[in-house]
Design a protein around this ligand. Structure first.
Ligand SMILES: Cc1cc2nc3c(=O)[nH]c(=O)nc-3n(C[C@H](O)[C@H](O)[C@H](O)COP(=O)(O)OP(=O)(O)OC[C@H]3O[C@@H](n4cnc5c(N)ncnc54)[C@H](O)[C@@H]3O)c2cc1C
Length: 393
């Protein structure tokens, strides 16, 4: 399909609208009657927004649209870390944005996790309070020591911001010879199964009356007529639209400051007697690994090939995979010969770690750019988007 831009930045005119779908009258009627609130994207943000709107206003008709059968983005492809920040990330963020702004971001992550856990029972989404661990390269001890020196400072920051005491502590690393002999433990972080999380959120949303339409790939938004134009020549009218397409947002609004960033992950076969407890962060979070049912799940390494990973294309690459394999053998020698599966997902990043939550025009609200902590921020952002929508309706 070729698209031509109109003067209004978010309007496009189709030159070739593609093949017409063979809808029945009933299907057409259901699809083309506009909901009160239409949400584009059925990742954690879209579904959470739908739950927040529908819980506050059960009388409203809320519809969630997605191109994929479950989610094409990051919400079912992520590593399942329920985290809000390691010491090195916190120090980096405070340096970049100051204590006050960093506190706001940490607070939204923590509140988001609490809201998620209040909606979905821990056992349903396999939530485990396993704690987070930051490990350090033993070849660069100065970096590790500078983080150790700031543990007290970070504990005071977290206590002031979240009211949580003694968040970080230094503990001995007896299991990983490659890493520095001491690491930092965050007692309040956890892990979950992202597919179980999305399934449970979807079930909850359906139970309270949210409608889902999967398989509609929106090519452009015709804001003048308040219509979504989908591949297959399907037009969906909307009254209020909330766009939760994260890393894919620039396909619809090229001016929005969110850049797609691919993240690659691998997982091994079960390894007998694997000693690995908790969610591990390394190199300011660029590498992350955890134990899932006796397997090592390892992801990241985007910093090894930054430019090529700023893409919406799914897939794995030899450069990132070999960096991950190399690192995997440092966690557990020989584990690179036990890899069972590899995949990628697309997240949305930008210059700021703050998510975007703003009206694009009178009827289009955008909620995107969750970086690498969408599991934590997603529910919080959904609640915020819902507040914006309910004020306007
Ligand atoms: C590999 C990987 C590991 C990660 N690990 C973690 C982690 O451990 N912890 C953590 O907190 N975060 C992690 N993240 C980040 C987290 O998963 C994301 O921040 C979060 O899932 C974003 O949710 P979302 O709802 O905004 O977007 P998404 O989940 O990407 O949902 C967007 C939805 O929009 C749909 N869509 C897009 N464009 C269109 C269109 N034109 N028409 C119709 N539908 C469309 C997509 O199909 C998709 O379902 C990871 C991300 C990746 C990729």
């Amino acid at each position: 399909m070729f698209l031509t831009k109109c003067s209004n930045k978010i309007n496009f005119v189709p030159i070739n609208a593609g093949k017409i779908m063979n809808f029945s009258f009933w299907e057409k009627q259901s699809l083309t009657s506009p909901a009160d609130v239409t949400i584009l994207g059925s990742g954690i943000v879209g579904i959470s927004t739908a739950i927040s709107v529908k819980s506050a206003r059960p009388d409203l008709r809320v519809k969630v649209i997605d191109k994929a059968c479950v989610s094409f983005g990051a919400s079912t492809k992520n590593a399942g870390f329920a985290c809000f920040g390691s010491v090195s990330e916190l120090l980096d963020d405070i340096k970049a944005m100051g204590e006050e702004d960093c506190a706001k971001i940490v607070e939204m992550r923590w509140k988001g996790l609490q809201l998620l856990r209040s909606r979905i029972p821990d056992e349903v989404m396999e939530y485990q309070s396993c704690g987070g661990l930051e490990v350090f390269n033993s070849d660069t001890p100065a970096f590790a020591y500078s983080c150790f020196e700031h543990i007290d400072y970070c504990n005071k920051f977290i206590e002031r911001t979240l009211g949580l005491k003694n968040c970080y502590s230094k503990i001995a690393n007896t299991d990983f010879r490659y890493f520095h002999p001491e690491m930092i433990f965050n007692q309040y972080e956890g892990s979950l199964n992202p597919v179980r999380m999305i399934q449970a959120l979807t079930e909850l949303a359906r139970k309270i009356g949210v409608e889902f339409v999967h398989g509609l790939d929106v090519s452009f938004i015709q804001s003048a007529d308040k219509k979504l134009i989908c591949r297959g020549d399907v037009e969906i009218p909307y009254k209020v639209l909330c766009v939760c397409t994260n890393g894919f947002t620039r396909q619809l609004f090229e001016e929005i400051e969110v850049v797609p960033a691919r993240n690659q992950v691998l997982i091994t076969r079960p390894i007998p007697d694997l000693k690995l407890n908790g969610c591990f962060h390394y190199d300011r979070g660029y590498f992350y690994f955890r134990n899932y049912e006796g397997r090592i799940l390892l992801g990241g390494a985007r910093n090894v090939d930054f430019q090529n990973e700023f893409t919406m294309e799914p897939g794995t690459t030899p450069v990132i995979q070999s960096a991950l394999e190399h690192f995997l053998d440092k966690i557990y020698p020989g584990a690179s010969s036990m890899i069972e599966h590899r995949w990628s997902g697309t997240l949305g990043v930008g210059f700021s770690k703050n998510p975007i939550c703003r009206w694009q025009d009178e009827y289009i609200l955008v909620g995107v750019r969750l970086g690498g902590m969408g599991v934590a921020i997603g529910s919080w952002l959904g609640e915020k988007l819902s507040g914006y929508i309910l004020e306007r309706i």
